[in-house]
Design a protein around this ligand. Structure first.
Ligand SMILES: *[C@@H]1O[C@H](CO)[C@@H](O)[C@H](O)[C@H]1NC(C)=O
Ligand SMILES: *[C@@H]1O[C@H](CO)[C@@H](O)[C@H](O)[C@H]1NC(C)=O
Length: 389
C-alpha cells in the first residue's frame, strides 16, 4: 500500500492545483470596486475583466452583494478561455443621464466566445432620461443597458434589468445565445425601452422572460435566423415584434422564428410583424406563433406593412418586404377592441402562406373581427374571429 501513497498524493495535489486554476476567480472588490453605490467602480470592473479574459483557464468574474456605480464600460474579447460572470449585486449607472447617454450603450460585451452571465441587477437610472425625451430638449440619444456584440456561445441567466434609458438588452451579430429567466422593467410611459432587441444573429433562444416596459417586449430585427422564444410574460408594452423590417433598401431577412407559450397582458400588440412602407429586398418567412394567451390586447395578431412614422420618406409607397409561411396556432383570450386580427400586407408583395388554426379571441364577451388586405393562406379549427384569408 505505502508504495502507492506518493503516487496518489501527487495525483491529489495535481488535481487540487488544476481545480484551483480551473476556478480562477476575480472578485471586482479585490480590484478596488466599492459596493457603496457612489464610488466609480468602472476601472476595477475592467481590470478584473482583463484578468479573467486573459486567464489561460476558464475564469470567473465575481461581483458580490452591494451596489456598484459603473459608467460606460466595454468588456472586449477575444478571451483565452470561457469567462463566467457571477453577479449577486447591482450595477447602477450615474444619476446624471448624460454620463452614459451619449454612446448608445452602457455595458457592452464584444467579441467574446463562451460568455456566461449569472444573476445580477442592472439599474440604468433611466427615469430622468425618459423625462428629458418626453418634455425636454438637448437630450442625448440614450443608451441600451446591456449590449452583446459579435459574440458566440453566450448565456444570460437570471439577469434583472430595470429602468434602461433605451433598450434593456441588445444582441447584435451573435450566434448561439441563450437568455434564460430575464426580468426587464421600465415605465409603460417610457420610450424605446424594449426588453430584448435581437439583430443579425443566429441561434437565439429566449426562455422564461418577464418583461414590462414602454416599448416592445422582444423585437426581432433584420438578419435573424433560428430564433426560439418560449414562455414569455409581456405587458405592459408593445408586444413581441418581428421588425421593423425594410428600413433599408438592401436588407437581410428574418427566417425561422418561433414564439411559443407567451402571455400578453394589456399590451398594445400581441404578435406583430411590421415593415416600413417602402422599397426593400427584405423578407420574413417560416414564422410560428403558438400557444399564446391574450389578455386585453389592442392588436392581438397584426401584420403591418405600412409603417411610416411621421409620414416621412415613405408616403404612398408599398413595402418590398416579402412575408410568407406565417403560422398562428392555439391563440386565445381577449382583445381591447373589436378587430383582433389585422393583416395589412403590401399591395406589391402580398403575404402568402398564412396559416390560422385554433384562434379564439373575444372582445367584451363577443366575437371579434378580422381584416385582410393582400393576405393569402389557409385556416382550420375553431376560428374567432372568422378568417378573412
Ligand atoms: C475580434 O477578435 C478577432 C480575433 O479573434 C480580431 O481579429 C478582431 O479585430 C476583433 N474584433 C473586434 C471588433 O474587437
Ligand atoms: C429553426 O430554428 C430552430 C431553433 O429555434 C432549430 O432547432 C431548427 O433546426 C431551425 N430549422 C431550420 C430548418 O433551420
Amino acid at each position: 500500500m505505502a508504495k502507492f501513497m506518493p503516487l496518489s498524493l501527487n495525483f491529489l495535489i495535481t488535481f487540487l492545483i488544476l481545480l484551483q486554476s480551473a476556478n480562477a476567480a476575480y472578485n471586482v472588490v479585490s480590484f478596488g470596486a466599492k459596493p457603496d453605490g457612489h464610488t466609480d467602480s468602472t476601472p476595477s470592473f475592467l481590470e478584473a475583466w482583463t484578468m479573467a479574459c486573459s486567464s489561460v483557464h476558464p475564469a470567473t468574474l465575481y461581483v458580490p452583494h452591494g451596489t456598484f456605480l459603473v459608467k460606460t464600460a466595454v468588456f472586449s474579447g477575444p478571451c483565452k478561455f470561457k469567462v463566467t460572470v457571477i453577479i449577486t449585486g447591482t450595477l447602477v449607472a450615474p444619476s446624471n443621464y448624460q454620463v452614459i447617454g451619449q454612446t448608445g450603450f452602457w455595458i457592452k460585451f464584444i467579441n467574446v466566445s463562451g460568455l456566461s452571465i449569472y444573476g445580477g441587477t442592472l439599474n440604468a437610472m433611466g427615469t430622468s432620461f425618459w423625462a428629458c425625451r418626453t418634455t425636454g430638449s438637448n437630450c442625448p440619444t440614450g443608451s441600451r443597458s446591456l449590449s452583446i456584440l459579435s459574440s458566440t456561445n453566450v448565456l444570460l441567466s437570471g439577469l434583472t434589468s430595470i429602468n434602461s434609458q433605451t433598450e434593456h438588452i441588445g444582441i447584435d451579430l451573435c450566434s448561439n445565445v441563450l437568455i434564460r429567466n430575464l426580468k426587464a422593467f421600465a415605465s409603460s410611459q417610457s420610450l424605446n425601452t424594449d426588453g430584448i432587441h435581437v439583430q443579425s444573429s443566429t441561434g437565439i433562444t429566449i426562455i422564461g422572460s418577464v418583461i414590462r416596459t414602454g416599448d416592445d417586449c422582444i423585437s426581432i430585427g433584420p438578419g435573424n435566423r433560428n430564433v426560439w422564444i418560449q414562455q414569455t410574460a409581456c405587458g405592459p408594452g408593445h408586444g413581441i415584434s418581428i421588425g421593423s423590417l425594410g428600413n433599408n433598401a438592401n436588407e437581410d431577412g428574418v427566417q425561422n422564428v418561433t414564439v411559443t407559450g407567451a402571455v400578453f397582458t394589456g399590451t398594445l400588440n400581441g404578435v406583430r410583424i411590421k415593415s416600413w412602407g417602402r422599397q426593400s429586398n427584405g423578407f420574413a418567412r417560416s414564422i410560428t406563433f403558438q400557444n399564446i394567451v391574450m389578455k386585453d390586447v389592442y392588436n392581438p395578431i397584426i401584420i403591418d406593412q405600412k409603417y411610416c412614422p411621421s409620414g416621412k420618406n415613405c408616403p404612398n409607397q408599398n413595402s418590398g418586404v416579402k412575408i410568407s409561411q406565417v403560422t398562428y396556432s392555439n391563440i386565445k383570450g381577449t382583445s381591447s377592441k373589436q378587430e383582433a386580427v389585422t393583416f395589412n400586407c403590401s399591395p406589391s408583395n402580398p403575404c402568402t402562406g398564412i396559416t390560422m388554426k385554433q384562434i379564439h379571441i373575444t372582445f367584451q364577451n363577443k366575437a371579434t373581427t378580422s381584416s385582410c388586405h393582400y393576405a393569402g393562406g389557409t385556416s382550420s379549427g375553431v376560428l374567432i374571429p372568422a378568417s378573412c384569408l
